[in-house]
Design a protein around this ligand. Structure first.
Ligand code: NAP
Length: 498
């Protein structure tokens, strides 16, 4: 194995490292033997090869999920909850090995990877319980001899498509509520990070989750559209749950229109992070570091535009830059590392372009700005000051370790700037003025707002965006509703016979 962990974790890692897809309860290769390599972005070394599935395998997985749905939906919610609890326990038991695998294929520091695995497990634990609280309704009747009842039913087969930046928790956030609600799932993980998905499937199998209930179809970048087409057009698939870029979300939405599928879209963001005069400055600095540099800046909710009010701008810039300079960059499996590599060369190129564009428009480089000596996919944590709205960072996700500081005058100006984007996923602000807290929270056109807090995600809270950041919510009781159909029963003829 390629990470420096203990012998016990190492053996566990090997046992969870799968090189086949998981369809209908069996580990299968692509029929013609087509495979693609999964590499460690820190070292460039190949970790494994997995099947490059296409249309036929996607069809098989959908049909298997369709067959499994018939009996899975019939189980008591408590029985499905039991399977999910066993799955959760296994994920927790194997957390170190899963973290090593995640860090190896994705690059994030081991401690962060472990945090992701455990938050992913928390989704499973939470929905194991929530599945038992999918209550229906009775409504006061409009006919004296009839009763109005609302039943809740699973939507059916769910197609889940997930990104590389959170290869474990993005999966459980979809699969756990779907399974708890009585749906079955076909998952297509990202090309860069299929190993965490396969390891989760191995543990689902060990937990006894029946064949066909949870299927994982791995595919390369080239085959993804072919697999995606089956998942978004097959009549058996009743819902598509996607996390990824807005661009791909639009394609999948168009394709899903052909059979009017239910859709959940967790798409891109461009989060404003606002520091008002009244903020607790050291807390705001810590928050901005956590929000911006977690996962090397590759999170959909990470601060992309840091707005600092005039009076505290210079002090914030000084404190923040000092901390950024001290961040420890290196391979995720090395002790003390806080910022790992970026996922691929395209990510490095985008970061460089954003920096060049900002500098060409007058931004000042406060630290970093170039490649990092740790390797080709490492980049120096960077701070740019004197940012302006004309710059690309204002409009696009940077998805890398680059923090741009914008100066603003007042509340009205900053709320206008914060909302001046097609995205509406997460926003943050720091203020100790209670009136301002409510005014700004209500004015921000975002699905989630962190107030004096940078970490938003939790199994029990509704995660999701507005505008071009998507539709639907994940997590919480709102999240499970996305996997449920409402059925209205009108039961008539109830008056006593004459
Ligand atoms: P992406 O390119 O949109 O890919 C996401 C997934 O879609 C991958 O599995 C990808 O497969 C697949 N895919 C791409 N084209 C497809 C097609 N035509 N048909 C079917 N599947 C297709 O996004 P990414 O670069 O992996 O992830 C980063 C993006 O995700 C960022 O924009 C980030 O903001 C967003 N994100 C949002 C949230 C949220 O909760 N809102 C959370 C995390 C990330 P391949 O890997 O094989 O291309």
């Amino acid at each position: 194995m390629k990470t420096s962990v203990s012998a016990v974790v190492s053996a566990d890692y090997e046992s969870l490292l799968r090189s086949e897809s998981y369809i209908d309860g069996a580990w299968v290769a692509q029929e013609a033997g087509r495979r693609f390599a999964v590499t460690n972005p820190a070292s460039g070394l190949v970790i494994a090869h997995v099947p490059d599935m296409g249309r036929d395998e996607a069809l098989r997985a959908v049909e298997a999920a369709g067959r499994a749905f018939v009996s899975w939906r019939q189980l008591l919610a408590r029985e499905r909850g039991r399977y999910l609890r066993r799955w959760n326990e296994l994920i927790v038991t194997h957390a170190d090995a899963l973290a090593a695998l995640l860090s190896a294929e994705q690059g994030k520091p081991l401690a962060e990877a472990r945090g992701e695995v455990l938050s992913g497990a928390a989704n499973v634990e939470w929905f194991a319980e929530e599945g038992q609280r999918i209550y229906g309704d009775t409504i006061p009747t409009h006919k004296a001899d009839a009763r109005v009842i609302v039943m809740k039913e699973p939507v059916g087969v769910v197609a889940a498509i997930t990104p590389w930046n959170f290869p474990s928790s993005m999966i459980t956030r979809k699969v756990a509520p779907a399974l708890a609600a009585g749906c079955t799932v076909v998952l297509k993980p990202a090309e860069d990070t299929p190993l965490s998905a396969l390891a989760l499937a191995a543990l689902a199998q060990e937990a006894g989750i029946p064949a066909g209930v949870f299927n994982v179809v791995t595919a390369s970048l080239t085959s993804a559209p072919e697999v995606g087409e089956v998942l978004t057009t097959h009549p058996l698939v009743r819902k598509v749950s996607f996390t990824g870029s807005t661009e791909v979300g639009k394609i999948l939405m168009r394709q899903s229109a052909s059979t009017i599928k239910r859709l959940s879209l967790e798409l891109g963001g461009n989060a404003p992070f606002i520091i008002f005069d009244s903020a607790d400055l050291p807390r705001a600095v810590e928050g901005a570091i956590g929000s911006k540099f977690r996962n090397a800046g590759q999170t959909c909710i990470c601060a992309n535009r840091i707005y600092v009010q005039d009076r505290v701008y210079d002090e914030f810039a000084r404190l923040f830059t000092e901390k950024v300079k001290a961040l420890h960059v290196g391979p995720g499996d090395q002790p003390g590392v806080q910022v790992g590599p970026l996922i691929n060369q395209a990510a490095i190129d985008k970061v460089k372009q954003h920096i060049q564009d900002a500098q060409a428009h007058g931004a000042k480089l406060l630290c970093g700005g170039g490649s990092h000596e740790a390797g080709p996919l490492f980049f120096q944590p960077t701070v740019l000051g004197d940012m302006a709205s004309v710059m690309r960072v204002s409009r696009e996700e940077t998805f890398g370790p680059v923090a741009g500081l914008f100066r603003f005058r007042d509340e009205a100006e900053v709320t206008r700037l914060a909302n001046d984007t097609a995205y509406g996923l997460a926003a943050y602000f720091y203020s100790r003025d209670l009136g301002q807290v409510f005014r700004v929270a209500e004015a921000l056109e975002y699905g989630m707002v962190g107030i004096n807090e940078p970490l938003l995600a939790a199994a029990s809270a509704p995660f999701g965006g507005v505008k071009e950041s998507g539709i639907g919510r994940e997590g919480s009781h709102y999240g499970i509703n996305d996997f449920i159909n409402i059925k209205y029963l009108l039961v008539g003829g109830l008056s006593s016979p004459a």
